[in-house]
Design a protein around this ligand. Structure first.
Ligand code: ZN
Ligand code: ZN
Length: 609
């Protein structure tokens, strides 16, 4: 399938400039004053609670300089604060003028608490109801009202009023996602959704990933995920409506969509909801993505709004045969590119000339050489030595480290191909690794194998499996502070719910779900380890089984660095798993790579025992 949106190489330029924040903050305060507001809340969010937001929604970055993927600023008349989580503490201090915005811990001291302590009686604190879910707005409202102040929904975002060169809303073309890749035609999906609405009269789909899945379309409105920004209203009976800018639709795409639904401008959504409300319909709004604005509007117009989980998320999570066929093909293509990269790295790294940035660029070049890369699925984590100890490290021109001998290089990266989304982490020794690095890497590998080989009865949740990945680390008094696995989309988001393998994974795993298997180990200031493959939940036949059983098929193929393995720490079964995995890597990829890479692959997949 040809690429319909511009291919972009990952950019590493520093986009923030703390010096600009002063005048911008002053302009915002003046605007607030004119609107008789004493404060305003600026989340890093768009109208759909997307993980990657369009440039026009990067209000937090514009105001504060902070470019991380999660955070919020609160601006009051005489003080302001920025809230980020543990991943971004260091980055926020680098990017933000902390004399203007005092840095706060998003989890330990959230905005609601800070607001409760800092607003004065009678203050009017503004927020943009398009950028908060009802639950988020409710939390803020309670905090502000407890302090004797008022939370005010603004009409028109005051940041936009002073952001003179704010980028235009994106308008990337919508493309049809072939039935062959989608594995199910859109009318069948729309009928299944209508069935799942239950006793409600309609569902508002506010998550663009769900719209893209339901209508078998893709787009390019945000980075790293092939999304068209769009909404849809699916009635239990009758014709669906999709709300997407006409500028994004070619004639043929418009005709295809009109076969499925009434195609309307996003601006028509409020009127459509008002009409449903007047007819006293009960509408389901997604608690994770629907903006408070629309729920409030619906209730004010007299409609009954249920705010709960969108059933599409679970449907989308369970991949069908066509999607799984695509995912496997995408992973073989990606695996071949990874092998070319690893062979190149083995040759080049000892020269001492590589940097974190040049290495990430080389990896993207190998993926691009497949001729099928739409885009990388997230900004590459290219981390040497102490940087590898930061699980969410993102290299900048300033932090860019040279890759030298005597430590490990960790690379976590992924690709978007029309047939599938990939996400893989490998940790590679550069020069001779220490005994501790080998021991910790081997324990991470034991956790990885434990997940990959686990079988479990139907109904088992991700939380129940999570400990399998940690046991070997717990044995020596260590752990890692992130989940073991997240859901992955089919040419959609690399982070997809509702399933996950983590302490919070409450959803039972079901056949067809794609997840990551990525235990790690991080020693601050020294080194970090992570081994990540994608796995698919599959039905398992077990001799004598009394329950319906499930297990995992690993679909990522690339060698795991044996220089970082201490075979004495592995059981016979674990060694057998690794040898079998490497045999499969060799057999699947040897014919797909260049002669040089093939030679390297032969050695890299040699039996351990
Ligand atoms: Zn990853
Ligand atoms: Zn991952």
């Amino acid at each position: 399938m040809p690429l319909k949106f511009e291919s972009r190489f990952q950019s590493f330029a520093e986009t923030s400039d703390p010096a600009r924040s002063g005048p911008r903050l002053a302009a915002l305060r003046k605007e607030l004053d004119q609107r008789k507001l004493h404060g305003f809340i600026v989340p890093r969010a768009d109208e759909h609670q997307n993980e990657y937001v369009p440039a026009a929604a990067e209000r937090l970055a514009w105001l504060t300089g902070f470019t991380g993927s999660a955070g919020v600023a609160v601006v009051l008349t005489d003080k302001a604060a920025i809230f980020v989580d543990g991943r971004y503490t260091v980055q926020a201090r680098e990017q933000v003028d902390t004399k203007l915005f005092s840095p706060q811990d998003l989890v330990a001291a959230p905005p609601s608490r800070w607001l409760a302590e800092n607003v004065a009686k009678g203050d009017r604190i503004g927020y943009d109801p398009w950028l908060h879910t009802p639950a988020q707005a409710e939390g803020l409202r309670r905090a502000v009202e407890n302090a004797g102040a008022e939370l005010v929904a603004v009409d028109g975002n005051p940041v936009d009023a002073v952001w003179t060169d704010r980028p235009a809303e994106p308008a990337a073309p919508v493309v049809l996602h072939a039935d062959r890749l989608a594995g199910e035609k859109a009318p069948a999906k729309l009928a299944r959704i209508a069935d799942a609405i239950g006793k409600r009269d309609a569902l508002l789909i506010s998550d663009p990933h769900a719209v893209a899945w339901a209508f078998n379309i893709r787009g390019g409105d945000v980075s790293h995920t092939p999304l068209p920004l769009a909404w849809a209203l699916i009635p239990r009976a009758g014709r669906p409506q999709i709300f997407v800018a006409a500028a994004k639709l070619s004639n043929s795409v418009r005709v295809a969509l009109e076969d499925l639904a009434d195609v309307r401008e996003p601006a028509a959504l409020e009127a459509a909801l008002n009409e449903l409300a007047r007819e006293k319909n009960r509408v389901l709004f997604d608690s994770a993505t629907a903006p408070e604005k629309l729920v409030a509007l619906y209730r004010e117009a007299g409609g009954a709004a249920d705010v709960a989980s969108d059933p599409v998320a679970l449907m989308k999570a369970k991949k069908n045969a066509g999607e799984l066929r695509g995912a496997r093909a995408a992973h073989l293509r990606d695996g071949a590119a990874i092998v070319e990269f690893l062979a190149w790295f083995a040759r080049e790294a000892p020269t001492g000339k590589l940097t974190e940035i040049s290495t990430a660029q080389a990896l993207e070049t190998f993926r691009r050489a497949t001729g099928k890369l739409a885009e990388i699925s997230f900004p590459t984590i290219s981390a040497f030595g102490p940087h590898a100890a930061l699980p969410h490290y993102r290299v900048t021109e300033k932090s860019n480290a040279r890759i030298a001998k005597g430590n490990v290089y960790l690379v976590d990266s992924g690709a978007q191909y029309a047939d599938g989304t990939t996400d893989i982490t490998r940790t590679i020794a550069v020069g001779r690794p220490t005994a501790e690095m080998r021991a910790k890497n081997t324990r991470v590998l034991k956790g990885h194998i434990s997940i990959a080989t686990s079988v479990f009865p139907r109904g088992t949740t991700g939380a129940q499996l999570d400990s399998f990945a940690r046991r070997a680390l717990w044995d020596v008094g260590t752990d890692f502070d992130h989940g073991t696995g997240h859901g992955v989309g089919a040419y959609l988001s690399v982070h997809e719910g509702p399933q996950r393998i983590s302490k919070l994974g409450a959803i039972p795993l079901e056949a067809g779900m794609i997840l990551s298997n990525e235990p790690g180990y991080y020693r601050e200031g020294a080194f970090g380890i992570r081994i990540e493959n994608l796995i698919v939940v599959e039905k398992r036949r077990i001799e004598g089984a009394e329950r319906e059983m499930l297990g995992f098929e690993t679909i990522t193929f690339a060698p795991i660095d044996s220089a970082l393995i201490d075979a004495k720490l592995l059981t016979r079964e674990e060694i057998a798993w690794l040898d079998a995995y490497h045999r499969e890597v060799w057999e699947k990829l040897e014919a797909k790579v260049s002669p040089d890479a093939r030679k390297w692959l032969r050695a890299a997949t040699r039996r351990l025992a």
